[in-house]
Design a protein around this ligand. Structure first.
Ligand code: B1M
Length: 211
């Protein structure tokens, strides 16, 4: 089995103790960090999602797979993040109220940090008012990102954007949204300034919006 396949299988089966060693071995063997991330770990999480949907696995297995992926990402972190932190200003990010998923949000934060932003991570299950509070207390921040992973939290994302608009935040920041169920159409409908499908394109968009 190739190292990438081995990493994918390890995330999928939630073998937390093995992942750090395997990711390091792959890096030492010259594998690209982005390939390890996308073809190994992100691909594994998609399989985990499909198995969950098919009732082949349940929440505890999803949780342990997520924990395994997080540990793997920590080994990759220095290879993905750049060293120009802060040159593009601050970027506030969080997963909206009612939503506990943070792997995608964390990857977006990591890529945006590597594009030269100082990250203010509000975490998961973030009330709309907390986004507003963070924006107002960081007047030098020009871009904010909100993530939603569940179809049931799309409304929460809509509310988050609306609360930010009502509080006048758009005079200061551009609002970016993303997450698996989100589309460009939905982003336009709720008044967001930008939507991207993945962490890499989110970083490119954030740089453009901060100029
Ligand atoms: Co959840 N979960 N989960 N889960 N979970 C999904 C999302 C689901 C699709 C699985 C499935 O059924 N196939 C499904 C949602 C279905 C739907 O909404 N229609 C689901 C469900 C149902 C649930 C629960 C309701 C299960 C239950 O309790 N019965 C529950 C909800 C809890 C809650 O949030 N209130 C739940 C819980 C969990 C765990 C806690 C066990 C765990 C999360 C652990 C964690 O994050 N710390 C978990 C996991 C791991 C998943 C799956 C398997 C993997 C998510 C993930 O990390 N993907 C997921 C299935 C799947 O995704 N196929 C699933 C990898 C990650 C890199 O991708 O998050 O999409 P993603 O992020 C991408 C893009 O979306 C984008 O860039 C990222 C990187 O490229 N992106 C942005 C994300 N945010 C962005 C922001 C941007 C731009 C781009 O700009 C600001």
């Amino acid at each position: 089995m190739s190292k990438i396949k081995e990493i994918a299988a390890t995330v999928e089966s939630g073998k937390v103790k093995l992942i750090e060693g395997l990711v390091q071995e792959a890096l030492d063997a010259g594998e690209d960090a982005n390939v390890i991330l996308n073809d190994g770990m992100v691909a594994a999480m998609a399989i985990v999602g499909s198995k969950f949907q098919a009732n082949e696995i349940f929440v505890p297995e999803m949780l342990v797979a997520a924990k395994t992926m997080k540990k793997g990402v920590e080994v990759l972190r220095p290879h993905l993040a750049g060293n120009s932190v802060g040159k593009n200003g601050k970027y506030i990010i969080g997963t909206v109220a009612g939503d506990l998923h943070d792997i995608g949000k964390n990857l977006v934060a990591l890529m945006i940090e590597s594009a030269g932003f100082e990250i203010i991570d509000l975490g998961v299950d973030v009330p709309a008012e907390k986004f507003v509070e963070a924006i107002k207390s960081n007047p030098d921040c020009k871009v904010v990102g909100a993530s939603a992973l569940l179809t049931t939290t799309m409304d929460s994302l809509k509310n988050t954007v609306q609360v930010m608009i009502d509080a006048g935040c758009k005079d200061q920041v551009k609002i970016m949204v993303g997450g698996a169920p989100i589309t460009q159409e939905f982003a336009d409908e709720i008044g967001a300034d930008a939507y991207t499908t993945d962490a890499g394109s989110a970083a490119v968009k954030a740089v453009a919006l901060a100029q």
